[in-house]
Design a protein. Structure first.
Length: 342
């Protein structure tokens, strides 16, 4: 009997001790709460307090207007007015008001739109209303209003930045989305003329292979191929042949398949240097540039010169690996086709 009583007393003592420890420990965590939260925030991507509450919400309607210096539509407009709201039949619909185009919305555009808003911390501007009167059109009012199913709202009006990254991303999202639905209005007019001249040069693994179209002395159109070996310091291949039938048409198909002309035209502005020297620095919109001070590669480079019947020229010359890695599908396809020709 004494043993049973002793066991009961020990059990009660253990329970009481555990309870006291739990209370003390809980109070310690409550007291240290802000510090623990701050430490946890340091381990995660920084999101403003106003955006964290909205981060997982679903967009119910959206409106923005802005001007972009380096984006334009088939009609030449640089001004854009994008809208998502319900039409007269209560169907959630996507609009671009200046071009007067629309199409029923799907989850992809609202989800990708929300990603852009959070990625660029636009919620930090919630409630901002700072617009300077009398400035040039490209700096005039830029505004945005976003409503969420929960009732939360993002709204601001500011002076327009004609080179805004977030605005360019929103343009690309809507332009690509409408194009997927068969409407290409938000893109510039497509280059429909054929190339008249194509020069290609690619260096890798110590060799440079080049193809060049030209007109011979007897007025024949030819293509010339050369391979230069850096180790030997001389050409190890040099040959030429008459241009095959439909050569320029097939080359144009490859160029158009990789959307080269549009990316080239849209990539002139350097967001790091804030000038139009992006092409001079070896960037042509094919890759994702993340390093302002990226060095040129010592072992790989690519150049491409195109002259079209319309007098448009494309002049690419880069040794930037971030650009070249994204260009490789285009480079490979061009080299494969030219290797089959010569």
């Amino acid at each position: 009997m004494k043993i049973i009583i002793m066991l009961i007393l020990i059990a009660v003592l253990v329970i009481c001790t555990s309870t006291v420890y739990f209370i003390i420990n809980a109070k310690s965590h409550i007291d240290d709460g802000p510090e623990m939260i701050n430490n946890r925030e340091n381990e995660l991507p920084q999101i403003s307090p106003s955006s964290s509450a909205i981060q997982q919400e679903k967009i119910s309607d959206f409106y923005t207007e802005f001007f972009l210096a380096d984006r334009w539509t088939s009609s030449g407009s640089h001004k854009f007015c994008f809208r998502i709201n319900r039409d007269e039949n209560d169907t959630l619909t996507v609009y671009e008001d200046i071009s007067r185009i629309s199409f029923p919305a799907d989850d992809s555009i609202t989800e990708n739109l929300h990603h852009i808003l959070t990625e660029h911390s636009l919620f930090d501007m919630n409630g901002t209303d700072k617009v300077t009167p009398g400035v040039a059109p490209k700096y005039q009012k830029c505004s945005m209003t976003v409503n969420y199913d929960s009732g939360k709202k993002l709204e601001f009006s500011i002076n327009n930045n004609p080179h805004s990254r977030w605005a360019e991303e929103i343009y690309t999202l809507f332009a690509d989305w409408f194009a997927d639905k068969g409407n290409f209005t938000l893109y510039p007019e497509k280059e429909i003329s054929l190339p008249l001249r194509i020069d290609i040069s690619y260096t890798a693994d110590g060799k440079t292979i080049s193809y060049r179209t030209m007109t011979s002395a007897d007025n024949c159109h030819i293509i010339k191929k050369q391979i230069y070996d850096d180790t030997l310091g001389k050409n190890i291949c040099s040959e030429q042949t008459a241009l095959p039938l439909y050569y320029f048409e097939k080359a144009a198909e490859i160029i158009n398949r990789h959307n080269l002309v549009l990316k080239y035209d849209f990539s002139r502005y350097d967001h790091f240097a804030k000038d139009y020297g992006n092409h001079d620095r070896g960037y042509y919109g094919m890759g994702e540039r993340t390093d302002r001070n990226e060095k040129d590669s010592d072992s790989i480079s690519f150049s491409l010169y195109l002259k079209f019947q319309s007098d448009r020229t494309i002049d690419i010359n880069t040794s930037k690996e971030s650009e070249l890695s994204s260009m490789m599908p285009l480079i490979s396809e061009l080299l494969e086709y030219h290797n089959s020709v010569l």
